[in-house]
Design a protein around this ligand. Structure first.
Ligand SMILES: Cc1cc2nc3c(=O)[nH]c(=O)nc-3n(C[C@H](O)[C@H](O)[C@H](O)COP(=O)(O)OP(=O)(O)OC[C@H]3O[C@@H](n4cnc5c(N)ncnc54)[C@H](O)[C@@H]3O)c2cc1C
Ligand code: SF4
Length: 508
């Protein structure tokens, strides 16, 4: 059963063996596997419950419906747009459906530098297989690559830069191109189409529009969760909801898991710290020919020639990935205001766009509670990140100019339309990428409840069990001790599968 906010007409109480908070990559997998193992499971999900029928393809309607803060969640200084889904299925409903595994060097890095035990290629192998099977992960076929994505690879191939095509959890994709605002034909197999139905079939009860406000603890052990039923239309809380449970799984994502723990007075001073955003800088290339980037799979190709993986530092370097979205998305990444913006936008049909993904290192990134509610995301763009992003911009300019672009620029107010490689490389080397001018995007927030065996520096152990309190397991992207340095859906789901199997095997 999924019960949505408007169906709840009074204060509600329920009781279960396990209460899972959040139903995205981490929460959906945990709910399904624990329910299938015989546990009585209740899920609280702050977002609504949507189906393909709700996905109208209109950005103005979908961002407020499916995204945290309507897609307008930013770091405190306004420098990075931190995107997250908010719905049954979490960010899997609105993500780009790229399926990647954690690079082996990053896992090694976690083991040697962060004292993570038992999370490695070998222990994750079965989890990856199970998750990829559940999502129907396959290769994107050549015929499914749209012109926007093809152009990136064309340039890279001419320059002998290594690249490729993503694996994906799409089946029967009709190339409508609205993946980032929900797939209207259920081709994109988010968690709402696999793990959530499995959880329901195994008896789990899901409350949508139900925000967990506090975990209740007695004598050092969790006893339940207090929350609020939300009226989405009016933006208010209507009735209280109380779940009694001896085991709480917190899967509210890397921004809201630490907030919930802090509101509950749980965890030490590490809660909310070590945030990595892996910011991406959008890149734009103008072609004489028609590109029509908004049609077809939005993200299907990448150039990973400049990944720099080491066990010592995790993943470094940068990567280029084709991307496209609707006009709302494009208007955000196209620089300029007024007439300049309009002039550029008139070329939308002839524009190819990419994201330059640059992994960051855990630094001063910190999530805390905003006065009056909500998250305050403190984050400083690192010098090393800027250095690598500048190299990435120059490499993207090379690729697109080689592929026949007549001009290039990137998402920074100071960037100009540049027509020659020499000028582009010089401008890239001097790109300020300042907080006030660059339009950076993060779709991969991670690391705010770091896992590892050192209780002083970590919030949970390597199996997600929270230190200092009994019966609370953390299971989402907040566990990653440093950036997984790749897309984070399959990594989070595989980690959830591993943690769920540990819990089931231990009989907890
Ligand atoms: C636009 C976009 C594109 C992306 N593209 C890709 C991609 O192509 N490939 C890939 O691998 N990854 C991609 N990602 C990243 C990936 O989807 C996420 O990293 C992953 O889903 C994170 O899993 P999670 O469980 O940590 O959080 P989420 O999946 O975000 O789930 C967290 C859930 O918790 C809920 N929640 C939060 N607070 C509360 C509360 N107090 N009470 C109840 N519920 C709460 C939220 O509403 C949300 O539904 C993308 C992300 C975005 C935003
Ligand atoms: S491109 Fe494919 S997966 Fe994406 S919205 Fe369209 S049909 Fe769905």
């Amino acid at each position: 059963m999924i019960r949505v906010g408007r169906e709840v007409t009074s204060a509600t109480k329920d009781r279960a063996d396990v209460c899972v908070i959040g139903s995205g990559s981490g929460g959906a997998v945990m709910a399904a596997l624990l329910a299938e193992s015989g546990k009585d499971v209740v899920v609280l999900e702050e977002g609504g419950n949507f189906t393909a029928r709700d996905f109208t393809g209109r950005e103005g309607e979908m961002y407020p419906l499916l995204y945290r803060d309507g897609g307008g969640q930013f770091s405190a200084d306004g420098g990075v747009n931190v995107l997250q889904g908010r719905a049954v299925g979490g960010s899997t409903l609105i993500n780009a459906a790229d399926c990647t595994r954690i690079p082996p060097e990053v896992l090694e890095h976690w083991g040697t530098v962060y004292d993570v035990e038992g999370v490695n290629e070998k222990t994750l192998r079965d989890s990856y297989s199970r998750v990829e099977r559940a999502l129907g992960v396959t290769d994107i076929l050549e015929g499914q690559i749209n012109r926007n994505n093809a152009l990136l690879l064309e340039g890279a191939t001419k320059l002998s830069m290594k690249g490729g095509t993503f694996r994906t959890n799409r089946t029967g994709c009709a190339g409508i191109g609205t993946c980032l605002i929900g797939c209207p034909v259920n081709a994109k197999k988010g968690a709402h189409l696999n793990y959530i139905p499995r959880a329901l079939a195994a008896g789990a009860r899901i409350y949508a529009d139900a925000r967990a406000d506090r975990i209740v603890v007695n004598n050092g052990a969790a006893t339940g969760v207090r929350g609020s039923i939300l009226d989405r239309e009016r933006g208010i809380a209507t009735y209280p909801i109380e779940i009694e449970a001896e085991h709480i799984v917190v899967s509210a994502g890397a921004i809201h898991t630490p907030l919930l723990l802090a509101r509950s007075g749980l965890g030490g001073e590490q809660v909310g710290r070590n945030l990595t955003l892996q910011p991406q800088i959008p890149f734009i290339a103008l072609f004489p020919e028609s590109v029509v980037a908004w049609k077809g799979i939005p993200q299907s190709t990448y150039v990973d020639a400049f990944d720099h993986n080491t066990a010592k530092h995790g993943l470094g370097g940068y990567r280029m990935e084709g991307i496209s979205g609707g006009p709302g998305f494009a208007s955000f990444i196209f620089p300029g205001i007024g007439a300049a913006h309009r002039q550029l936008f008139e070329r939308f049909a002839n524009t190819a766009t990419a994201l330059i993904l640059v992994p960051d290192r855990p630094g001063d990134g910190f999530v805390s509670a905003q006065k009056g509610g909500g998250a305050k995301i403190t984050y400083t763009v690192q010098d090393l990140w800027r250095k690598n992003a500048r190299k990435g911009i120059a490499a993207a300019a090379r690729c697109y100019l080689e592929a026949g672009a007549e001009a290039v620029l990137w998402a920074d107010e100071t960037a100009e339309v540049i027509r020659s490689l020499k000028k582009a490389e010089k401008a890239a080397a001097n790109a300020p990428l300042a907080v006030s001018s660059a339009r950076l995007v993060s779709a991969h927030c991670q690391g705010t409840c770091r896992m590892g065996e050192d209780e002083k520096t970590c919030v949970a152990d390597s199996r997600g069990r929270m230190y200092g309190v009994k019966g609370v397991t953390i299971c989402d992207a907040s566990l990653f001790p440093s950036s997984a340095s790749t897309h984070t859906m399959i990594p989070t789901m595989a980690m959830a599968d591993l943690i769920a199997h540990h819990l089931i095997d231990s009989g907890a």
